[in-house]
Design a protein around this ligand. Structure first.
Ligand code: FE
Length: 212
């Protein structure tokens, strides 16, 4: 029997940092930095107006976590939340732990009067996308832009110009686009429709990786 999630405390930071290391090792954009993760976890735990971290204990150890970070939507005229750092320890995946965590976060947000929850997931993380859809999340047409403020560079590897099909090695070059599929020259890969498929092998857009 898996217990209900609870709100994380300072005692949980070490274990949550380990879980984030697992998460970031799977995500294309991020590399783990234990000191930065601990600092951020403590920041949230010490300042509940910023957000909440929920964890799930199984047999005396935390095996999953999720964070809600709070902000405001002028469109909705309400508080809204970003759902971040959803991770379940590998041994406990596909056992309902993720669903318990999401439900707990959604119930919390509803109870506290939040109007919307937004989350980001890797473009090629089909398992994650299927999971979030099953939890009632719908994919947005919005595109994510970022600017890293330490040195002015962009963080997003997805801005790599050329993308390669994992199935056949075809390279999408934005300078050429894909005229046969009415993708105009000069169209960045991120702006290509999600319905588009590889012109050579018909693999889906999600089967492309940044090529550098
Ligand atoms: Fe292909």
């Amino acid at each position: 029997m898996i217990p209900e999630p609870r709100t994380a405390t300072e005692r949980d930071v070490t274990r949550c940092t380990e879980l984030l290391e697992i998460l970031f090792s799977q995500e294309q954009e991020f590399t783990a930095d234990g000191a930065a993760q601990s600092r951020a976890l403590n920041m949230i735990i010490d300042n509940p107006e910023l957000g909440r971290i929920f964890v799930i204990d199984i047999d005396g150890a935390i095996q999953g976590m999720v964070a809600l970070l709070f902000t405001v939507s002028t469109f909705l005229g309400r508080k809204v939340a970003l759902l971040e750092d959803m991770v379940v320890a590998p041994a406990w995946r596909s056992k309902g732990v993720g669903t318990l965590l999401i439900n707990h976060a959604v119930d919390f947000a509803r109870r506290e009067g939040f109007g919307r929850i937004t989350l980001l997931t890797d473009r090629d993380n089909e398992t994650g996308q299927k999971f979030y859809r099953a939890q009632g999340f719908a994919m947005s047409e919005m595109v994510v832009f970022r600017k890293l403020l330490d040195d002015g560079t962009t963080l997003n590897k997805c801005e790599s110009d050329t993308w390669m099909c994992r199935e056949c090695g075809y390279l999408y070059d934005p300078a050429e686009g894909d005229p046969e599929s009415r993708i105009k020259e000069g169209t960045p890969f991120v702006e290509v429709s999600g319905q588009w498929s590889c012109p050579v092998c018909f693999a889906s857009k999600a089967d492309f990786d940044p090529f550098s």
